[in-house]
Design a protein around this ligand. Structure first.
Ligand SMILES: Cc1ncc(COP(=O)(O)O)c(C=O)c1O
Length: 387
């Protein structure tokens, strides 16, 4: 359990209130130290050895497998971005005209553009299930509408676990059940949840999970992780690199060109996956998350946000009901008597960092935040009330 703020593990300025991990997590002091060490090793390339290309990556895959409850780390691939991970999925599904691809409204573009490309190429249809235009039981209806959209034409449902703009939680277990009945694949973009919200592949049984590393995994930019299930075990990667082929450890035999890939998801790892600078940092940050545990991060965020959320709701703001939203990421829709411009001025004047996403002020706290940080935010909302 996380009893108190972990701010001393980070280099955040005392002058600011950072409530924006959904935008980018601060690197911990420890991960920064490891990153600097890793970078300076490039001044002495003689110190790299063959094992450096493989062992840290194996460690990283094992840690991520542990975090998302995957029994075999060879089902994990190293990716540079979510768009890359989704492209590997989209390129390995056999589509036919009339197939339906389900996404949710205002989904992050890296989980949209590959599907648009497929829709143009194969005359498939993208079915977008938008948020219901209501504040009453919005999360419940949105989930029901997703379930109702799944039918025998559905080939793939590619959605997040938690909506990136407002924190709505999608009921993946129920969606998986209906997907299975209709022989559809379930693909999850876990970027805005994994690390801060418990997630189990064993429980949900998705066909793929794609996750950027720089938000709730708290790692550096340009390094992410993906799980690919059995369906993708014989697929074709979007690029052909030497390191994903069998026996690539044998540097002297690399020109004995090898037709076979390494087992499982390894074929989908990006070229130069050994990324000597970034891999050690992400190892460190996932180790720290495993020590804290996603469950206790979620509980900590609930504890520090509860009163602020109640106050904002009393002021007339809309925030999704507890059971349909996460505690580490939530959207606040302004009350009618609030002025968005004034609110933004107040946030700026008080050095409070949140994001504006669609109609929402997106708030994304973490273990370095406190109740006081949330109170400062509430005060800005109060000052934005029109006279
Ligand atoms: C839900 C979600 N997915 C993915 C990303 C990042 O995508 P990419 O790694 O392709 O830049 C973001 C960034 O905000 C996001 O919120």
């Amino acid at each position: 359990m996380i009893g108190a703020t972990q701010k001393n593990k980070f280099n955040l300025s005392e002058e600011i209130t950072y409530l924006n991990t959904a935008y980018s997590a601060p690197l911990s002091k420890e991960a920064e130290r490891i990153g600097i060490e890793a970078l300076s090793k490039k001044c002495r390339p003689n110190e790299y050895n063959g094992a450096d290309f493989f062992e840290p990556v194996e460690q990283l895959k094992s840690l991520f497998a542990q975090l998302i409850d995957v029994p075999n780390p060879q089902s994990i691939a190293i990716i540079p971005s979510v768009s890359y991970g989704i492209a590997s999925v989209a390129n390995n599904i056999c589509f036919k005209e009339g197939d339906e691809i389900i996404v949710v409204g205002e989904q992050f573009p890296s989980n949209i553009y590959s599907w648009k490309r497929i829709a143009d190429k194969y005359s498939t249809n993208i079915i977008t299930v938008s948020a219901p235009e209501t504040t009453s039981n919005r999360g419940k209806f949105w989930n029901e509408n997703i379930l109702n959209a799944i039918n025998e034409n559905t080939i793939v449902i590619s959605i997040p676990n938690v909506h990136w703009a407002d924190g709505t939680i999608f009921n993946l277990k129920a969606i998986r059940e209906k997907a299975t009945t209709n022989n559809a694949l379930l693909i999850i973009d876990g970027t805005q949840s994994i690390g801060a919200l418990p997630f189990s592949v064993e429980e949900i049984k998705p066909d793929a999970v794609i996750c950027a590393g720089y938000k709730w995994l708290m790692g550096p930019y340009a390094l992410g992780l993906a799980y690919y299930g059995e369906y993708f075990n014989n697929g074709i990667p979007i690029e052909e690199n030497w390191i994903n082929r069998k026996n690539s450890e044998d540097f002297s035999g690399l020109v004995n060109y090898e037709d076979n890939y390494k087992e499982g998801a390894n074929r989908y790892s990006v070229g130069e996956m050994s990324n000597f600078n970034l891999v050690p940092m992400l190892i460190k940050t996932i180790e720290q998350i495993l020590e804290w545990t996603p469950e206790s991060i979620q509980n900590y965020c609930e504890k520090i946000t509860k009163e602020a959320i109640e106050e904002l709701q009393l002021m007339g703001c809309f925030i999704e009901k507890d059971e349909f939203r996460s505690n580490h990421l939530f959207g606040i829709k302004l009350a009618e008597n609030m002025d968005m411009n004034r609110l933004q001025e107040e946030l700026k004047a008080n050095n409070i960092f949140v994001s504006i996403r669609g109609e929402n002020i997106r708030v994304a706290p973490h273990v370095f935040n406190t109740k006081d940080d949330l109170q400062k935010l509430v005060n800005c909302f109060r000052k934005s009330l029109k006279a």
